[in-house]
Design a protein around this ligand. Structure first.
Ligand SMILES: Cc1ncc(COP(=O)(O)O)c(C=O)c1O
Length: 400
């Protein structure tokens, strides 16, 4: 295994839950109402893996399976569809309560939006969500991808009618390139990460993600997870969900653990440095977790994580690969979850944490034991089928 598991605790986690409200339950209910208006909306399944829980020595193990989200094989369409809806709503003066799929497709709105072009950078899943939303609403989309992106992911975006291409830049430079296009061509940048001066649209995208947390709460019924594991690329998804759960549970907030690949652990490094600054990673981030291969934290996400996340973990690719195998080859009686490299990162981490004897200190630090109830989000299915087979069938991948 190249590299090892590293973890740091958040020294400044906050008990002031008021800052989480923008991603809280009330906002999430508005977002979900909007998503529900899409004809292909249905809640994704929350799978309870009882036998895995027993095997790992925890009381319960839940995994929210996002592979059936809007037919896109990943959760990301939640953010793209909500930010585009909000953008058009603002442009056309439609109040949030009236923002629906049907309204956005109406003749009067189409007249206002047919000249628009949305542009974004993506490692696959976000761009697919933007392309899908644009196609649904009859708007143009241009999507740029970093070098090394999977052809299958590119083709899936093109199939949705977007103009898409792979650049020779890494993820963060591809984002800068898309931002430059907005300036030069008058397109609208819909990026799933924020930086100083570009925060409104990413905040809408993050709010979009809260639908999956709100669904999970309903599916858990009254059961409260004790530990929630969230994978991070730029940390927008993890930040939004950490905010949601902080607002929802307040003082009873579960322990929130953020998981990143060690080749792109910008959030772990930012937390570890603990100097009030954001720390970035440059160059190629050669990890199988393509969706998490981001070197610059999202400012809005980090604001939430710095308050409401409890631990930050950096781990090698082999652990995500193990998570894919564990979910794809369940113990008898458990349901199967097809989970891609980024989707399975958290399940892989929990499996390693609970079964590797040398991690006893970390289990004790995180307070995870036979009474714990674990919640993970499998944020994607097999979005790169060739890689999925290479890893799950052959046990091989490029960063071995
Ligand atoms: C499948 C998957 N999971 C998790 C993430 C992480 O989201 P974020 O970049 O907001 O941290 C991504 C990002 O693209 C993703 O594609």
């Amino acid at each position: 295994m190249s590299g090892k598991i590293k973890a740091v605790a958040n020294q400044h986690s906050s008990k002031d839950y008021s800052k989480a409200e923008i991603f809280g339950k009330s906002q999430a209910m508005l977002v979900k109402k909007y998503h529900k208006s899409f004809p292909t909306y249905h809640p994704t399944e929350l799978k309870k893996l009882n036998h895995l829980a027993e095997y790992l020595g925890v009381d319960a193990f839940y995994v929210k399976d996002e592979s059936s989200r809007f037919g896109l094989n990943a959760f990301k369409g939640l953010g793209g569809s909500y930010c585009i809806g909000k953008y058009i709503g603002k442009k056309c003066g439609i109040p949030e309560e009236q923002l629906t799929y049907e309204k956005l497709k109406s003749e009067e709105v189409r007249k206002e939006t047919e000249q628009l072009t949305f542009v974004t950078a993506t490692d696959g899943n976000h761009g697919r969500g933007i392309a899908w939303t644009a196609q649904e609403l009859g708007i143009k989309a241009v999507v740029y991808m970093p070098n090394g992106s999977a052809e299958e992911r590119l083709e899936n975006i093109k199939k949705l009618g977007a103009q898409a291409s792979i650049t020779n830049l890494n993820y963060d430079d591809t984002v800068r390139f898309a931002a430059q296009c907005e300036k030069e061509k008058g397109w609208v940048l819909v990026q799933d990460t924020a930086w100083k001066g570009y925060e409104k649209i990413p905040t809408w995208i993050m709010q979009g993600y809260t639908t999956m947390a709100l669904e999970a709460i309903a599916q858990l019924q009254k059961e409260r997870p004790t530990h929630i594991f969230l994978q991070a690329g730029v940390g927008a998804m993890a930040g939004a969900l950490a905010g949601f759960f902080a607002d929802y549970y307040q003082k009873a907030k579960p322990t929130i653990v953020i998981v990143e690949p060690n080749k792109a652990d910008c959030i772990y490094r930012t937390a570890g440095a603990d100097d009030g600054k954001i720390h970035i990673i440059t160059g190629d981030m050669n990890t199988i977790m393509a969706g998490l291969a981001c070197g610059e934290p999202c400012t809005v996400g980090w604001e939430m994580l710095s308050r409401y996340a409890d631990y930050f973990v950096s781990m090698p690719d082999a652990i995500a690969a193990k998570g894919m195998r564990v979910l794809g080859n369940p113990l008898p009686g458990d349901e199967r979850v097809i989970s891609g490299e980024s989707g399975a990162a958290t399940t892989g981490f929990v499996t390693e944490l609970m079964t590797n004897e040398s991690l006893e200190y970390l289990r004790r630090t995180l307070g995870i034991n036979e009474e714990s109830k674990v919640l993970c989000f499998s944020t994607e299915g097999d979005t790169d089928k060739k890689n999925y087979r290479d890893i799950v069938w052959n046990g091989t991948y490029s960063s071995f």
